[in-house]
Structure formats: structure tokens, C-alpha cells
Design a protein around this ligand. Structure first.
Ligand code: G1P
Length: 303
């Protein structure tokens, strides 16, 4: 049986302060920092659209007008570029405006990822929806979100994406315990812990920043107390849905995990941001022919 309705909406929380990137993030939202020549948020919206989710809600905070401006027409700039006959630049300026139907909800106070997702309740209504975190970029060649949407259609409930990492790194992430299903790369979640102490982690499989949530998450989030870091955690609400007796949680309960072995790029801290930038540059046909030989030479000469 295929669970319905279909997933059509994406929710992207972007209100974070980006404190690790100050002063760059003093006047520029973190998700507007460029990875090569596109702000991180544009990659994320492109990923949502590629998975068929053309309705994108951004959960924003203070001082983030530039995000909305990025997805709106810039008529003066377009006129100037047109006057110069610069079609390439014109296409780059227009592309983000033509991508998706982007709308915004304001998160009045930063009370955690769970609270940010709760701000989407009115917009989402009674439908399953995807959540994409702007710090994680998933390679466009790895169709993770499409696999997660297919898993939702097959199993119902909510879906998380799981990645295996070295055990000494799990305390930076949400971490899952699970059991197999008949599908090789889909598991049934039995426990979720947000940022566990390494010796208490249920496994070394972490939750990465892609989710498909059943709308049943909203009433659960309203009842979820502040958890790790004093914040309302999406992981805690998903745990409630994962462990709830299906009879008690009649609709929308159950959480499955899609095992992901593809390419995830983290932009949430400086080291990973730099690595991501270099990896993206090396994969770009317009840049790699010059950049890669230079990089090799640079590394050879590095003391
Ligand atoms: C968030 C989630 C965490 C998840 C991570 C993925 O944490 O709370 O469960 O593993 O994203 O990037 P954050 O990075 O916002 O601290």
C-alpha cells in the first residue's frame, strides 16, 4: 500500500546565528555564505526541487532579509546586466528566482530545531513534509531525498537519513538504534538520542540533516520539553514517534531510516566548510582544469 498524501513541501530552518563563522555572519546569514559561487541555501533549495518539492518554506530569524532577496527578482541589477549584454550573469541572477515557490515564516526566538519545525505547522497542514538542514549539502548525484520520499510512501510515518561515522564523532549528532526491514537499505528506528555521550551512543549511525516527517510530529513537538542544550529537539520528538505503540499513536507513528552511503558535505564548521569548498571546486568542469593542478602543486610545496 502507498501512504498518501504525497510529499510536496520542504521546510528549511535557517534562523541559526552562525556564531562559528563570525564576523562573516555578522551581517550575512550563515546559509548565504558561498560554496564556490552559490550560497549554501541555493544548493539546498535546488535539492528540494530535484526531489519534486517545489513548495519551500524557510524558517527565518532576525536580519535575514538577504535570503528573501536572493530568491526574488533584482530588477535593477537585471537591467544593468541586460544593458551590458551579459547573458551568463543575467541567467545566474534569475536562476534562484525561477527555482521554487519560496515562502517564509519567522521564528521569533531561537529555541531549537524542534521549535523551528513547529513554526511550519500552519503552512504544512495535515501533510507529510521534508525538512532539509542548510548546514548539510547532499551531492546532487545521490538522490537521497527521493529515496526517503519513496520510503515514506512505503512505510508511512516519518523517515530519517542515517550515515555511519567513526564512533568518536557521534556525540556531535543525533544517533539511532534500529532493526532491519525486508528492504536492504531501510531500517526501523527503535531509539534516537540527540548528541549522546560516546559511551552511551546506541550505535555509530547518525541522523543527517534530511527528514520526511509525518504531520503527527506537530502535536508531539508541542509536548516535547527542552532537551540537549536546553533546546526543543526534533530528535526527541521523532524518538517519541519511533517508540510509541502504534495502537496509541494510531496515525503517523513509526520512524524508519534510509541508510545513506553517498556524499554528504558539512558546512556547519570551518574545517568542513573549507573541505566542502575544495571538493566542490574540484568537481566543477569550469574550474577544475585550472584549480586541480594548482592545488596539487600547492600541496607539494606545502612545508
Ligand atoms: C542537528 C540535529 C542532529 C543532526 C544534525 C545533522 O544538529 O539536531 O540530530 O544529527 O543536525 O547535521 P545541529 O548540527 O543543528 O547541532
Amino acid at each position: 500500500m502507498a501512504y498518501s498524501p504525497a510529499v510536496t513541501k520542504a521546510v528549511v530552518p535557517v534562523a541559526g546565528l552562525g556564531t562559528r563563522f563570525l564576523p562573516a555572519t555578522k551581517a550575512t546569514p550563515k546559509v548565504m555564505l558561498p560554496v564556490v559561487d552559490k550560497p549554501a541555501i541555493q544548493y539546498v533549495v535546488e535539492e528540494a526541487v530535484a526531489a519534486g518539492l517545489g513548495n519551500v518554506l524557510l524558517i527565518t530569524g532576525d536580519g535575514q532579509q538577504s535570503i528573501a532577496e536572493h530568491f526574488e527578482r533584482a530588477l535593477d541589477l537585471e537591467a544593468r546586466l541586460a544593458a551590458r549584454g551579459n547573458q551568463r550573469a543575467l541567467a545566474a541572477v534569475r536562476a534562484p528566482t525561477e527555482l521554487a515557490r519560496v515562502s517564509y515564516v519567522r521564528q521569533d526566538s531561537p529555541r531549537g530545531l524542534g521549535h523551528a519545525v513547529l513554526c511550519a505547522a500552519d503552512h504544512v497542514g495535515d501533510e507529510p513534509f521534508a525538512v532539509l538542514l542548510g548546514d548539510d549539502l547532499i551531492d546532487a548525484r545521490d538522490d537521497l531525498l527521493a529515496r526517503m520520499i519513496a520510503a515514506r510512501q512505503r512505510y508511512g510515518g516519518s523517515i530519517v537519513a542515517l550515515m555511519e561515522i567513526p564512533a568518536d564523532q557521534v556525540s556531535a549528532y543525533g544517533c539511532a538504534a534500529f532493526k532491519p526491514t525486508d528492504d536492504q537499505d531501510i531500517v526501523a528506528i527503535t531509539d534516537l538520542v540527540e548528541k549522546p555521550d560516546p559511551n552511551e551512543a546506541p550505535s555509530n549511525w547518525i541522523v543527517i540533516g534530511r527528514y520526511v516527517c509525518d504531520p503527527a510530529i506537530f502535536p508531539v513537538l508541542r509536548e516535547t520539553p527542552a532537551g540537549r542544550g536546553g533546546e526543543i529537539q526534533l530528535t526527541d520528538a521523532l524518538r517519541t514517534l519511533a517508540v510509541a505503540d502504534r495502537d496509541v499513536c494510531a496515525d503517523g507513528g513509526g520512524v524508519h531510516g534510509v541508510l545513506f552511503r553517498g556524499r554528504r558535505y558539512d558546512t556547519g564548521n570551518k574545517q568542513d566548510f573549507l573541505r566542502t569548498t575544495v571538493e566542490f571546486a574540484c568537481a566543477r568542469p569550469d574550474l577544475a582544469p585550472d584549480f586541480v593542478p594548482w592545488l596539487r602543486e600547492f600541496l607539494r610545496n606545502l612545508p
